[in-house]
Design a protein around this ligand. Structure first.
Ligand code: SF4
Length: 234
């Protein structure tokens, strides 16, 4: 780890000492349902709908008994009907294959409908205490801009961050970057002038702001050029 990267991690820890999950859940089943609903939706919105969901469907076996058509009106404000379908189908598998207990490995979780690597890592980190760095859009953007990662995909970003950050800080570092992305380093208009990390930030010292998703193709081309000609700067 470079001195700059260490200063960034120290700075994030100082800025967000109480960073934690903003989604509300109390057990692995609730974590799973809330995290599926949170895809492309705000945590605040999810927190508005989950109390009624958890009241009427208190565990995976109860959820497995219902249908997507019955669940959808509860979660409609969180977006697509496919989320209701995935939740019900995932809970049917949990009820039948795991006797209603949410499984606790990445492989088992990612085999469930609607559960990608990020959702599985959230469940592992916050319900089972397994160190993980779930990479969502905020973590992907902030890590790239700060220079903690130069990956082109979320999977690569996760690997790079896990190699860089001490294991005991993985889960907390995930929250630090989410907090920073939501409060300061916004996708379209990062507030660099008021950002305490500006002196160490790679993007703030470049001519163009790093936008990881939009820039991925451009940076992949630059890397290919650099492979062919090491004098090209990436
Ligand atoms: S200086 Fe700007 S780009 Fe860098 S982390 Fe802060 S807000 Fe984001």
């Amino acid at each position: 780890m470079t001195e700059n990267q260490q200063a960034i991690l120290n700075g994030l820890a100082e800025l967000y000492p109480n960073a934690g999950p903003e989604l509300q859940f109390t057990n692995p089943y609730e974590t799973l349902v809330a995290t599926i609903l949170a895809a492309q939706c705000t945590d605040a919105r999810v927190n508005q709908v989950t109390p009624a969901v958890f009241r009427d469907f208190p565990d995976a076996k109860a959820m497995a008994q219902t249908t997507p058509e019955i669940l959808f009106p509860y979660v409609k404000s969180c977006g697509f009907k496919s989320k209701a379908t995935n939740i019900v189908n995932a809970c049917k598998i949990i009820a039948e294959k795991y006797d209603g207990v949410v499984p606790s490995t990445l492989e088992e979780l990612t085999a469930l409908p609607g559960v990608g690597r990020k959702t599985a890592n959230v469940v592992l980190a916050f319900s089972f205490g397994v160190p993980a760095i779930p990479v969502d859009t905020h973590v992907f953007r902030v890590a790239n801009r700060l220079g903690l990662s130069d990956a082109l995909t979320v999977e690569e970003t996760e690997k790079q961050l896990m190699a860089l950050i001490p294991r005991e800080d993985w889960s907390q570092a995930h929250h630090w970057m989410i907090y920073h992305g939501r409060r300061v380093c916004h996708s379209q208009k990062p507030d660099c002038e008021h950002c305490a990390l500006k002196p160490y930030c790679k993007a703030a010292n470049q001519e163009e702001m790093i936008n990881p998703k939009a820039d991925a193709k451009k940076r992949a081309q630059l890397r290919r050029k650099k492979a062919a000609d090491p004098t090209v700067s990436v």
